[in-house]
Design a protein around this ligand. Structure first.
Ligand code: FAD
Ligand code: NAG
Ligand code: NAG
Ligand code: NAG
Ligand code: NAG
Ligand code: NAG
Length: 636
């Protein structure tokens, strides 16, 4: 068997290096170029942002048991909602930069596999999740920081100020920048204010804090860079009066060590405006702030993806192709990242995982080693009926992968590669994988259950998909579109197609759209004109009138394993040989601009044309062109 395999391998290498006209070393060099993977450490934030980038390496040393607090965002790069929220979060970081001695604004990308353990240990259930970890914070059972359930800049600031005010600092976490949260009382006086204060403090700023607000703490936080000023807050009207405060008109005053008091009117009723007023007054007294120490982000190497343009151009030439590399990336990310980072898999979640693996086992696009891997993994997971931890799953996965290695024939997205590494990627490949599986189910008689794949998908999306907003939308859509009433396996293919088109329509023109791959109804008329009842024109309600039979045929065709493109795959020897090898040879070689190769290709094409003609003339007079001409014979 292995001899036969070697012969096939040798022949295929020979084909690679000679008949397609592509010198092997160049081919490898090209693939190497293209295989620059989407850097998982890239995340949504740059070094230019004020967001402190956390990883498994620096998480403990940056936000656990520190003498300052931290706001931590747990996000997934591929989650559209996280991408939409990223500019807001950058604004939060910029806005709260003056607080950084007391509280830093940080983020960790849970889509990066290396960070699995952190996201799992912190039991992150949705993305993005914002948590406040106070000074001296130590994770413990049921203790992973306080959730902030808002994505509004002002609300985030107010909640954080409230959390800072509520901290009870133990002596081991004293932080000289921490604001004094105690309210002034009627017993305080201009002279008693300075008792016990360091001699550096030349002024005490007194802020009237309207009831149920955090204004005073916010002013204190915005003033942390002014060593000469202590900020105190006051609510009590009698106490306010002692410091010349008139809450309505002059809500802010400055007291010096001589007991002199001056009250001021800031422009707006917010912490920044109060701090601005104070800065202006202090500036006139020649008091200056320290420069803000920007919390040091760990620098991430900036990567330049070469070969990516070539790849994108190639993909755009063949818009509707399904790529092996994407199917593999989807499976890899599902296993290594999404499932592995769940803390405890039990109940409905465990059932969903078992179902997903059973379906994946049946309609697995991986090669022989990958088949072994998935079926062993499934056998492992079905043994559990109570609880499986994400950690156990990850360990077993790594053990089996070691045993079955090599499993994956590629390491990067192809059809799902975005024009920037932050776009497309995993969610695109996940759609692709599920479409692929619905089609395999319809092509196969192993199971008569029409809902098999859709049910597995529904469970997966509900319990594991790290794009929380997508998951919620999908569940709502599934019940609205009556997913549980799909009558047969072909309708299941069409159900998913129509559901995906609904999402495409909703997201068209969204901020997360890749400009190189705008969201359109699928398939486009260029790819399948037969799929449209009346090409170009739409019915009165502007709905496209689809020819569903043609759509079904088209979907079955593009997901036919024989036609799944192996463009950009590095280790094709791991895959089952396909009868359609010649077609994808053409695709690989079309990347090269080499004149020799073009001549070769021309000859090659010519031969095929001749063969087809000969075939038509002498053998199959009645031969009809395939309706979906995306294979070579169809096109020539
Ligand atoms: C279940 C699910 C729900 C999602 N919900 C949301 C959401 O609510 N909000 C949000 O911002 N993002 C959501 N996403 C992500 C979003 O749908 C895209 O995956 C993401 O924006 C990347 O888009 P893309 O351009 O790469 O193409 P994708 O839409 O991901 O499509 C991937 C590929 O599938 C093919 N394709 C496209 N349409 C169809 C179709 N109808 N039938 C068959 N094949 C098709 C195309 O070749 C395309 O390149 C969801 C993803 C999934 C898997
Ligand atoms: C971080 O701390 C937790 C416990 O608080 C520990 O389990 C984990 O291993 C630490 N991570 C690293 C990378 O040191
Ligand atoms: C603050 O902590 C100390 C000891 O750690 C405790 O005695 C005190 O009651 C706490 N105060 C509040 C308001 O929680
Ligand atoms: C405050 O912290 C410093 C070290 O930063 C320490 O030397 C000092 O003893 C601490 N103060 C108290 C009251 O614990
Ligand atoms: C002010 O001081 C008096 C007497 O010392 C005391 O009884 C009262 O409780 C104090 N008021 C406040 C608000 O602390
Ligand atoms: C402040 O909050 C308390 C409790 O929520 C409420 O009873 C009170 O009316 C609020 N005061 C103002 C001025 O909103």
């Amino acid at each position: 068997m292995s001899v036969a395999y070697l012969v096939i391998l040798a022949i295929s290498l020979l084909l690679d290096s000679t008949s397609a006209g592509v010198p092997l070393p160049r081919y490898e060099a090209l693939l190497k170029q293209q295989s620059a993977p989407e850097d998982p450490t890239l995340g949504l934030y740059d070094d230019g942002d004020k967001v402190v980038k956390l990883t498994v390496e620096n998480f403990n040393s940056t936000v656990v048991d520190q003498n300052r607090g931290a706001l931590v965002e747990f996000y997934n790069t591929y989650c559209g909602h996280c991408r939409r929220f990223a500019p807001t979060y950058k604004t939060v970081a910029e806005h709260l930069l003056p607080w950084s001695e007391v509280l830093i604004v940080a983020a960790i990308d849970c889509a990066a596999e290396e960070n699995n353990a952190v996201c799992r240990n912190y039991e992150v259930m949705g993305y993005p999740t914002l948590r406040y970890l106070g000074p001296g914070f130590q994770p413990g059972p049921q203790h992973f920081g306080q959730n902030l359930k808002t994505q509004d800049v002002n609300e985030i600031r107010e909640l954080l100020a409230g959390m800072v005010a509520a901290e009870n600092l133990t002596s081991s976490h004293n932080n000289s920048y921490w604001p004094n949260v105690h309210y002034l009382t009627e017993n305080d006086s201009a002279s008693s204010l300075f008792e016990g204060l360091s001699s550096v403090k030349q002024y005490v700023a007194v802020v009237h804090e309207p009831e149920n607000t955090t204004l005073g703490i916010e002013v204190a936080l915005f003033m942390t860079q002014w060593p000469a000023v202590e900020v105190r807050r006051v609510i009590d009207p009698a106490a306010s009066a002692k410091f010349k405060i008139d809450p309505a008109n002059l809500p802010l005053s400055l007291v010096n060590r001589l007991g002199e008091i001056e009250a001021y009117a800031p422009e707006y009723a917010n912490g920044e405006s109060y701090a601005k007023k104070l800065a202006e007054v202090l500036g006139k007294k020649n008091i200056t702030p320290r420069p803000i120490k920007v919390p040091q982000p760990v620098s991430t190497p900036s990567i330049k993806i070469t070969g990516q343009n070539e790849l994108i151009k190639e993909v755009q030439r063949n818009k509707h192709f399904v790529y092996q590399a994407d199917l593999e990336q989807a499976i890899r990310t599902v296993l290594h990242n999404e499932v592995a980072k769940v803390s405890e898999i039990s109940g409905e979640k465990l059932l969903a995982l078992q179902r997903f693996l059973a379906v994946l086992q049946r309609y697995n696009p991986l090669g022989a080693n990958g088949h072994q891997l998935v079926s062993k993994l499934k056998d492992y997971v079905v043994q559990f009926n109570e609880v499986l931890t994400g950690k156990e799953f990850e360990e077993e996965l790594k053990r089996l992968e070691g045993q079955q290695s090599p499993v994956y024939s590629s390491t990067h997205f192809v059809g799902c590669a975005g024009s920037s590494p932050r776009l497309r990627g995993f969610s695109c490949s996940l759609w692709t994988l599920f479409h692929f599986m619905t089609v395999q189910a319809a092509r196969n008689d192993d199971s008569q259950d029409p809902l098999e794949v859709l049910q597995a998908m529904h469970g997966y999306i509900k319990h594991f998909f790290g794009c929380t907003e997508c998951s919620e939308h999908f569940q709502a859509m599934a019940s609205r579109r009556k997913i549980w009433s799909v009558p047969n396996k072909e309708e299941a293919v069409l159900w998913l197609w129509a559901a995906h088109n609904e999402v495409n329509q909703r997201l068209a023109g969204d901020a997360t759209d890749d400009p190189e791959f705008p969201k359109k109804q699928f398939p486009s008329p260029d790819s399948c004109s037969e799929c449209y009842r009346s090409p170009g024109s739409k019915s009165e309600n502007l709905e496209i009138e689809w020819n569903k039979d043609a759509v079904l045929g088209f979907l079955k065709n593009i997901h036919n394993p024989q036609f799944v493109s192996r463009y950009g795959v590095q280790r094709e020897e791991l895959l089952h040989p396909t009868a359609d090898k010649m077609r994808q040879k053409r695709q690989i070689s079309s990347v090269f601009t080499d004149i020799d190769m073009r001549m070769g290709m021309l000859l090659y094409a010519f031969c095929i044309v001749m063969m087809v003609l000969a075939f038509k003339l002498f053998a199959f007079k009645g031969y009809r062109k395939k309706p979906y001409g995306h294979d070579l014979l169809g096109k020539v």
